[in-house]
Design a protein around this ligand. Structure first.
Ligand code: SF4
Length: 60
């Protein structure tokens, strides 16, 4: 998938670099402990579902 970073993240309310998007993915999809995602991203209710539905969410 060809995604040009930074991308506007609905959880962070800002453009984020690939590394931050990756960290959030690891928590949403990868079973990484929640504390490794930025606090601001985790504060949004249903943040995992929002991330899974985001156009920048990667499955590759
Ligand atoms: S895929 Fe997830 S972390 Fe990346 S921009 Fe979308 S909501 Fe944010």
């Amino acid at each position: 998938m060809d995604i040009k970073y930074p991308v506007p993240c609905p959880l962070m309310g800002a453009e984020i670099a690939e590394e931050i998007c990756f960290d959030i993915h690891c928590v949403v999809d990868g079973g990484t402990p929640e504390r490794f995602a930025p606090k601001k991203a985790r504060e949004t209710p249903n943040y995992k579902q929002i991330c899974k539905n985001c156009p920048y969410h990667r499955d590759d």
